[in-house]
Ligand binder design. Structure first.
Ligand code: COA
Length: 214
């Protein structure tokens, strides 16, 4: 293994050693664990060394702002949220038909008359002033002071760059400003990214649902 050089959001790693091993390593099959990335391989000739470059995108945590959702954003995002929720239900073993029905039922409860409940905050996450996600939260009816995250979504191209974390930190401020003292949420077991995010923010698991398929 040779030099590791991190400069100005560009990551280059040089591997020296056996030609084939270095060449195989540098083939741009995988980049960093997640987030937008570009991998470019340079192979030495003969292949006695190899260099792989990645463009490392900037963290956007400092560039976010929450604003009330516009009608356009609402109509654009809602069908996708419903479909995404149904997809997670499917992953639990539910039939496609039932998952779609259940997603409709859940959203109908959260959106009486097709609009958010007056006590909820349905917010657009602006990233550098441009819509890049959604955060939806509100107080529980039966537990005073407890708020719930009904949904958080970061646009796919912006994921892995700190937007979700920043939005969740802002969510805590929204709750405090609304007189709440704690924030809860549901997360599907297969949603590793979301679970890691919540774990890293200090959320603790209060309930688990399990299922065995035959
Ligand atoms: C979950 C979601 C909101 C996270 O937003 P994000 O902007 O990508 O997250 P961040 O970049 O702020 O990452 C924060 C932490 O989340 C975890 N995380 C994010 N993406 C991850 C991934 N692909 N794999 C594993 N952990 C991940 C990490 O702990 C990360 O912290 P780290 O970068 O210090 O390791 C985003 O993936 C998303 O919109 N998913 C689809 C909708 C969804 O599932 N919403 C949650 C419903 S409960």
């Amino acid at each position: 293994m040779g030099a590791l050089d991190i400069a100005a959001r560009r990551l280059s790693v040089t591997v020296t050693g056996e030609g084939r091993a270095a060449g195989a390593w540098a083939a741009p099959r995988r980049g960093p664990r997640r987030g937008p990335r570009t991998g470019v391989a340079e192979l030495g000739r003969p292949r006695s060394h190899a260099v792989r470059h990645w463009v490392v995108p900037p963290n956007l945590e400092g560039d976010i702002e929450l604003v009330a959702i516009s009608e356009d954003q609402f109509s654009e995002r809602m069908p996708r949220l419903k479909a995404g929720y149904a997809e997670h239900l499917r992953a639990t073993g539910m039939s496609a038909e039932r998952a779609a029905e259940k997603s409709e039922e859940v959203h109908a409860r959260l959106l009486p008359d097709g609009q958010p409940r007056h006590q909820d905050r349905l917010l657009t996450v602006l990233v550098g002033g441009v819509p890049g996600g959604l955060l939806w939260l509100g107080p529980l009816d039966d537990e005073p002071g407890v708020w719930w995250v009904w949904q958080i979504e970061v646009d796919e191209t912006l994921r892995g760059r700190g937007v979700g974390r920043a939005a969740m930190k802002e969510a805590a401020e929204v709750v405090r400003a609304g007189g709440g003292h704690s924030l809860g949420l549901d997360v599907f077991g297969d949603n590793l990214a979301a679970r890691r995010l919540y774990d890293s923010l200090g959320f603790r698991t209060t309930k688990l649902q399990m299922r065995l398929a035959f």
